[in-house]
Design a protein around this ligand. Structure first.
Ligand code: ZN
Ligand code: ZN
Length: 158
């Protein structure tokens, strides 16, 4: 008989069908026993492991939710490539010399722009001058003999 070594699905089905009433009666016995002795629920390994498993899933999902809460959401448009950037500007008015930053599309070169301090149309695109006098200061380069030089110290700016 196939019951000895069930290796086909139909054999398994047959076996399951034969076992079903036994399992059912066992389950009923268990329910009756639990009714008399409720602590038996916890002493049944299957119930205990199911509860452990469920608790584990709850704890795990809670931990994952907590982790997600601590990770800051990506800034809006983070996936899209940047099409604009910051441009450093220095006011060329010697009385003002305000350094400010404007945000414009890449390739913007509509200088001079108006200065927020003196309101004059004298904001030139700034460059960093790393001379000993300027020490990395943002300066407005001036064209002298076809080369750009720092308006403050005269150092050549590449
Ligand atoms: Zn100005
Ligand atoms: Zn300089």
């Amino acid at each position: 008989m196939a019951q000895e070594n069930p290796n086909r699905f139909s054999d398994w089905l047959l076996l399951a069908r034969k076992q079903a009433p036994i399992l059912y009666s066992r389950a009923r016995d268990w329910v009756d026993a639990v009714r008399e002795e409720p602590s038996l629920i916890w002493r049944t390994p299957a119930v205990r492991y199911a509860v452990y498993g469920l608790a584990g899933v709850i704890v795990l999902s809670g931990a994952m939710r907590l982790m997600r809460a601590f990770v800051p959401p990506p800034p809006k448009g983070a996936q899209a490539a940047a099409t604009s950037g910051d441009f450093h500007v220095v006011c060329t008015d010697p009385e003002c010399e305000t350094h400010f930053v404007i945000h414009r599309p890449f390739g913007f070169d509509d200088f001079p722009v108006s200065c927020p301090t003196c309101r004059k149309h004298s904001g030139a695109q700034a460059r960093r001058c790393d001379s000993l006098t300027c020490r990395g200061r943002w300066v407005a380069p001036v064209s002298v003999d076809h080369t750009w030089k720092c308006a403050r110290c005269g150092r050549r700016i590449e």
